[in-house]
Write a protein that binds this ligand. Structure first.
Ligand code: PBG
Length: 328
């Protein structure tokens, strides 16, 4: 028999009312910490629903400011722009075209919502005919050093279009340093780099690749993205990106990598971002559509868990819904 005496500690005392639960809550969730990803496409006249990402659209650059305004009016401080070009080639020329789809979208958003932070994804995979994140050599290998020049040109063209932050997601070695140099030389020494530092070769990017038409035509990305089995490798990547000048480091995906977020948080005092990716979004959406999961509760729990693990910033396709729920 447990005696009253033995139960001197009763943790449930602090869980009995909403007020006391609020008071002892360890992790806050705020829309200030959300980044909303937005897809812009060259070949659409009207916003077209993305079939693999319910609630998301392919926006023509001329109309994307609408979506940016919607995010801003919900109190979301930043958007992350992904581009779908009208044409692809071996070297991803549209990625660094000064009048490319992302560059035009950035200009349009900055013109209509100047205070909203516009972050651009810097990568070649949506722009290359083969779908890899860099230039491909004769043996089918992704060439690291030759790719750096193109990534730097891409990042610089985004900054010139008005991007507030650039976010390289390609996982080539040395790209943060190369981009930092290119930005500095052109007078963009105040433009921060949010590096996709610990980006894993993940099945959870599936719906995004469907949406962005960026699946590799041959092979996979395991030659440059991290092995899901590795945690120390993530810390090495984070260390290198910081040494090369990263201002914010990112872990991606988020849910299956909460331990990595936690370790990265311990390893640096820089802001840590986590990317709650397309597959993580779709799992919740698909289950909720079948009536098998309470979407709102599930999303809030997931976002809280990502913050609890140590992320300061969360990139999430749920950003608009979550911001709405938080303001209710
Ligand atoms: C481009 C890129 C990808 C994502 C963000 N940037 C896809 C990939 O690496 O294949 C994934 C985003 C998501 O799944 O939500 N390199």
């Amino acid at each position: 028999m447990i005696t009253r005496e033995a139960l001197r500690q009763r943790p449930r005392r602090l869980r009995r009312t909403e007020a006391i639960r609020r008071m002892v809550s360890e992790t806050g969730l705020s829309r200030d910490k959300f980044i909303l990803p937005i897809f812009v496409a060259d070949n659409v006249e009207e916003p077209e629903p993305v079939s693999s990402m319910p609630g998301h659209f392919h926006w023509p650059p001329e109309q994307v400011a609408q979506e940016a305004e919607a995010a801003a009016s919900l109190g979301i401080p930043a958007v992350l722009i992904f581009g779908m070009p009208g044409a692809k080639d071996d070297v991803g020329s549209e990625a660094y075209n000064p009048t490319g789809v992302v560059q035009r979208a950035v200009e349009a958003i900055k013109r209509s919502v100047p205070d909203l932070l516009v972050i651009t994804d810097v990568c070649l995979c949506q722009y290359t005919s083969h779908g890899h994140c860099g230039i491909v050599g004769e043996q089918g290998e992704v060439l690291n050093d030759a790719t750096l020049e193109l990534l730097s040109r891409t990042a610089l063209s985004h900054a010139q279009a008005g991007a507030d932050i650039v976010a390289p997601s390609d996982m080539m070695d040395g790209r943060v340093g190369a981009i930092r140099r290119a930005l500095d030389e052109a007078g963009f020494e105040h433009t921060p780099i949010m590096a996709y530092s610990a980006k894993y070769a993940s099945a959870f990017y599936g719906p995004f690749r469907e949406a962005a038409g960026s699946a590799p035509k041959f092979g996979d990305r395991r030659g440059y993205q991290l092995d899901p089995a590795n945690r120390r490798a993530a810390l090495r990547e984070v260390g290198l990106d910081i040494a090369e000048g990263a201002d914010i480091v990112m872990v991606k995906p988020a849910l299956a990598y909460l331990d990595v977020i936690c370790e990265v948080r311990r390893a640096t005092n820089l802001p840590v971002a986590a990317y709650n990716v397309s597959g993580e979004y779709l799992m919740v959406k698909a289950a909720a559509e079948k009536g098998l999961l309470d979407e709102r509760l599930a999303v809030m729990e997931i976002l809280t868990a990502i913050r609890r693990a140590g992320a300061d910033i969360i990139i999430t396709y749920h950003a608009k819904d979550a911001a709405r729920w938080l303001s209710e």
